[in-house]
Ligand binder design. Structure first.
Ligand code: TXA
Ligand code: MG
Length: 339
């Protein structure tokens, strides 16, 4: 199969493919999704096959209008759910809600809940709107790889496996949506994202973290994630301990004839670059947590291209959006070093 990358001028063509049970990759504000018509079980099965995704890891159902939810979850929504959708939809917040009995079991991965999100990306909205039906979509990467934030990232993983990628440029957020489980008594944050824990708490009061008084988890959490081919070493430090941080990286690469990659906020990258380490690629994460989130996955993919022995990622923020970045690094890293 030939995989075409086409602009948003081809949304109608994409819609026809989806209606016929084919898969289409499309941009959202978070990452690129691999979409199928959500009620079509055979099409949703293809998603698992193409991604190499375990069958018990459910998909997110993407909607463009609230009423599309009525086929999937009981309405009206609970007070908490209504308040959250009012505040954060359309946007990067996915809600896990009790599913109606008849809902496509392939999408649910066998659970009695279903994850719903209303993306803010206009291309995603238009695609769902023209199809007139929700689109089930995980991130458009091969299972275990970093999520794709450009059309080319998608093609690098799925070339020849899907007919069409709609190119909407680089995704604005860069990390996947926040996933909040509302099927239990209290909301549980299953995956941190750019709708932050702090922002959620401001709307709903208490939000539990997995492991905190609860065994709830997203099935996806138990699998390897976000990993490039090279091992990722997560260096937990910042510019206040720059010299120790540089020594730490130097001691790892010293005397080696292998290639390495280093990723960090620009200020730190500039300082490390001055050391003139041989055989090293650098990737700047910008100047803010927002830029860092946007660049993280693409950076891992870029640094991986020279087949480095390891990729060092310097990061230490755990609040706000920093929590989402730390969460992805936790899963991607084979080793963590505190400096
Ligand atoms: O930003 C995003 O959410 C992107 C774009 C394409 O929308 N999608 C995405 O999907 O990241 P995926 O499949 O890569 O991640 C969905 C996560 C998985 O960890 C999955 O286990 C969890 O959501 N999930 C889905 N349905 C669930 C459910 N019913 N209960 C608990 N967790 C669920
Ligand atoms: Mg994913």
């Amino acid at each position: 199969m030939k995989t075409e990358i086409l602009s948003h001028d081809y949304i109608t063509q994409a819609t026809k493919l989806l209606a016929a049970g084919d898969l289409v990759a499309f941009p959202t504000e978070t990452v690129y999704g691999l979409g199928a018509k959500a009620s079509n079980e055979a099409a949703c099965q293809k998603i698992y096959h193409v991604k190499g995704r375990p069958a018990d890891n459910p998909l997110i159902v993407h909607i463009s209008e609230r009423q599309q939810m009525e086929q999937w979850v009981r309405t009206p929504l609970s007070g908490l759910a209504a308040a959250l959708t009012e505040e954060f939809w359309p946007g990067p917040l996915t809600l896990v809600l009790p599913a109606l009995d008849h809902v496509n079991p392939v999408v649910r991965g066998g659970l009695d809940t279903v994850a719903i999100r209303m993306p803010s990306s206009w291309i995603a909205q238009q695609l769902i709107g023209e199809l007139g039906h929700p689109i089930a979509a995980p991130s458009a990467n091969r299972s275990g790889r970093p999520s794709p934030t450009t059309a080319q990232d998608v093609r690098d993983d799925l070339n020849g496996l899907i007919p069409l990628i709609i190119d909407g440029g680089a995704c604005r957020e860069g990390v996947e949506s926040t996933v909040l489980d509302l099927s239990q008594e209290l909301p549980i944050l299953l995956r941190p994202g750019s709708v932050t824990l702090e922002a959620l708490t401001a709307v709903v009061g208490t939000v539990l973290l997995p492991g905190e008084h609860t065994v709830a988890r997203a099935p996806g959490m138990k699998y390897t994630h976000y990993a490039p081919k090279a091992p990722v070493i997560w260096v937990q430090g910042n510019k206040s301990n720059l010299s120790t941080l540089i020594e730490c990286i130097k001691s790892e690469v010293w005397g080696s004839n292998d290639w390495y990659g280093i990723m960090a906020l620009d200020e730190i990258i500039d300082a490390v670059r001055m050391e003139g380490l041989p055989l090293t690629d650098y990737y700047g994460l910008g100047m803010s947590d927002h830029e860092a989130a946007q660049r993280l996955f693409h950076g891992l993919r870029e640094l991986d291209k020279n087949h480095p022995k390891a990729i060092f990622v310097v990061w230490d923020q755990t609040e706000g959006l920093g929590r989402a970045i730390s969460n992805r690094l936790q899963k991607a890293a084979t080793r963590q070093v505190k400096v």
